[in-house]
Design a protein. Structure first.
Length: 160
């Protein structure tokens, strides 16, 4: 009588194969979860950037820049986003330039274009911060700019 040879997997081979599949599956799931988390964070930064742009445009349209700090939120549409505006006078030419530029790396740099004597009292620094919470961590973006209160009037005069 002839014995047939059967080709079956042994129990050890099955256990090794299942272990390899489980490890690969875990790695893939972690990568997908991290991708979802990073997408949510990127969406938060994109929304914060859009909201900051809108808030800054509204502030520029008023053309009144009172020194101080204001805080608020973006209403029911964006309840998790908060804004903070700090406006201060710029009287020192050197600090005005150094806050916005790395002037140590510039040769023959003149700050007269940033804060000349006739605009000294009118030059303001605006810092707009939009903050939000994503992935259990507070995140924020900041926008800085220098303005003068007569910027809008100059543009209107040029159009005439």
């Amino acid at each position: 009588m002839e014995l047939k040879k059967c080709s079956y997997f042994t129990l050890l081979e099955l256990l090794v194969a299942m272990t390899v599949i489980a490890i690969c599956f875990t790695v893939i799931l972690n990568a997908v979860a991290l991708n979802i988390k990073n997408t949510a964070i990127a969406e938060g930064y994109t929304t914060a950037g859009f909201l900051a742009k809108v808030k800054m445009a509204k502030l520029m349209n008023k053309n009144k820049f009172e020194v101080g700090e204001k805080k608020g939120n973006f209403g029911d549409d964006y309840p998790e986003y908060r804004w903070n505006i700090k406006i201060k006078n710029f009287n020192d030419k050197q600090s005005a330039a150094s806050e916005f530029f790395d002037i140590s790396s510039l040769e023959d740099y003149s700050t007269n274009n940033i804060a000349n004597d006739k605009n000294k009292e009118k030059l303001k620094s605006i810092l707009l911060t939009v903050s939000f919470i994503k992935a259990n961590q507070k995140r924020s973006i900041k926008i800085k700019t220098l303005v003068t209160e007569n910027t809008k009037k100059k543009k209107e005069n040029k159009l005439k």
